[in-house]
Design a protein around this ligand. Structure first.
Ligand SMILES: *Cc1c(COP(=O)(O)O)cnc(C)c1O
Length: 345
């Protein structure tokens, strides 16, 4: 994978929306944060962040966790019994990019569902994938959905589709967790409040550390009883933090960046249009801040040449790369990316 350590003076880093550096306002917020021991629930800044996050996603309560991965894994552990099945989309983050954590942390067997080009889990797929517990079969204990769907290129899945899959799972009393690492990107793209996207799910995780630009942290939200039990699992997984207000304070500032995500989406569109015009590249139409580009040359070779001219992206497949737009990529940077890449195709 190319790294930020290139010869170019001024690399433009489109590898991920996690590469943003905390703003001065975030650093000041960390400096000034009111803190206490959060394991004793005495950190006022964490308490404020949890209340604000719960409110934004329309849930009763929320829990501050260090990473999105921990949020998803704690959610799975909290919803399930060891030995059950988790129904997940075949290219979902929780299945492909979390080290098999559903098996390791929760003792779950995974059953995958094909969500097609956009990663949409249909009610039919839920019905087909559901397993009732009996003397031989473990029973389905969880349905996981993802919005936006990362591996499918940041697709923003409409609320009705999320509702329909969740309703199908609920017919069997199976709880539903939404991996909303980029939930606010989905909300911005669909022009709905984030809470509309979580209406029928039982829990949701979203990242402060992606498009919102916080240096660290994610939120896991659900009803009060779920969050109380999730708090115990966070502790079990080693995620009980002390004066965490220091990192929660920039997280509160990050929530203010929800309103500018549409700018990242417009930049992604411009980036896709510009790259698509270049020889040997075919860009997918972005729905949010992720641009997938099919490359005639092997992805690794293409990315090495990009790094030489100060453009960083990541390989997604043998002939596919991913560019992300984010807070630290301006419209001028996007134009520069197109110009620089044009020199190497
Ligand atoms: C990044 C991501 C996560 C995990 O978040 P981390 O904070 O990197 O652990 C989970 N789900 C999706 C869809 C992601 O893109």
């Amino acid at each position: 994978m190319p790294t930020a350590d290139t010869d170019h003076d001024d690399p433009i880093d489109c590898r991920s929306d996690t590469v943003t550096r905390p703003s001065d306002a975030m650093r000041e917020a960390a400096h000034d944060a009111d803190v206490g021991d959060d394991v004793y629930r005495e950190d006022p800044t964490v308490n404020e962040l949890e209340a604000r996050a719960a409110d934004l996603v329309g849930m009763a309560a929320a829990l501050y966790v260090p990473t999105g991965t921990m949020g998803n894994q704690v959610a799975a552990r909290t919803h399930t019994e060891q030995g059950q099945e988790a129904l997940v989309e075949r290219d979902s983050h929780v299945y492909r990019w979390e080290l098999g954590g559903l098996a390791q942390h929760s003792g779950l067997q995974v059953r995958t569902v094909d969500g097609g080009d956009r990663g949409v889990v249909t009610p039919e797929a839920v019905h087909a994938g559901h397993v009732a517990a009996d003397g031989h079969r473990p029973g389905t204990g969880l349905l996981c959905l993802e919005n936006t769907h990362n591996a499918k290129g940041g697709t923003a899945i409409a609320p009705e589709r999320i509702d329909a899959a969740a309703d199908a799972a609920h017919e069997y009393d199976v709880p539903v967790h939404l991996d909303g690492a980029r939930l606010f990107n989905a909300a911005a793209a669909l022009d709905v409040p984030a809470a509309r996207l979580t209406r029928e799910v039982d829990s949701v995780m979203f990242c402060l550390s992606k498009g919102l630009g916080a240096p660290v942290g994610s939120m896991l939200a659900g009803d009060a009883e779920f969050v109380e039990r999730a708090r115990r699992h966070r502790k079990l997984f080693g995620g009980g933090m002390r004066q965490a207000g220091i990192i929660a304070a920039p997280g509160l500032r990050a929530l203010e960046n929800r309103d500018r995500l549409a700018e990242d989406h417009r930049n992604a569109e411009r980036l896709a249009d510009g790259l698509d015009e270049l020889d040997g590249l075919a860009a997918h139409d972005p729905e949010t801040n992720i641009v997938l580009v099919d490359t005639e040359d092997p992805a690794e070779a293409f990315l090495e040449r990009c790094a030489e001219v100060g453009v960083l992206a990541v390989p997604f497949d043998d002939h596919q790369v991913r560019f992300c737009t984010h807070l630290d990529v301006s419209r001028a940077d996007v134009e520069a990316v197109v110009e620089r890449v044009s020199q190497v195709v």
